[in-house]
Design a protein around this ligand. Structure first.
Ligand code: FES
Length: 155
């Protein structure tokens, strides 16, 4: 999407949904849904349309893990980092996933095939450690589950 298309999207959305400060999070969610990430180039237009400073917008975008700053890979694997999954060995599985998938946490593999991201609780705490693979929950992650995920991504 071109920068001017993004600006138009922001203007159209704020016309329809309001230009008050409380519209910031819904607007960011809409942009991520439509474009896949929050482009730095969108920040001035968001600030102008909601009467916020660029620093305000930048602060919110960088505070929430849910907002991507760059396009995601073809597949997105999110590992739960919340307490119950941590107690069930999530950190070791996350490390193993980063090695097996060939991408550090929080990054996209150079071939664009997979992005590895943290997530904080999927509501499946009793059957962790858990992940979300392309939006589908995968419970009880172990080496075998990691292998299935890696093969799915390679297919
Ligand atoms: S702590 Fe991981 S699903 Fe709740």
């Amino acid at each position: 999407m071109q920068q001017e298309d993004t600006v138009r999207l922001i203007e159209d959305w704020t016309k329809a949904h309001g230009r008050t400060r409380d519209r910031l999070l819904p607007l960011l969610h809409m942009l991520q849904e439509e474009i896949g990430f929050i482009d730095d180039a969108a920040i001035p237009a968001i600030a102008e349309n909601l009467n916020l400073s660029r620093a305000d917008v930048h602060g919110v975008v960088t505070f929430y893990h849910d907002f991507r700053r760059a396009p995601a890979g073809r597949h997105v694997v999110k590992f739960c980092r919340a307490e119950s999954c941590q107690a069930r060995g999530a950190a070791a599985m996350e490390k193993a996933a980063a090695e097996r998938l060939g991408v550090p946490m929080g990054e996209t593999r150079p071939d664009g095939q997979v992005t590895l991201e943290p997530i904080y609780c999927l509501g499946l705490c009793a059957i962790g450690p858990n992940a979300l693979v392309d939006g589908k929950p995968v419970a009880r992650i172990d080496q075998a589950a990691l292998e299935r995920i890696a093969q799915e991504i390679a297919a």
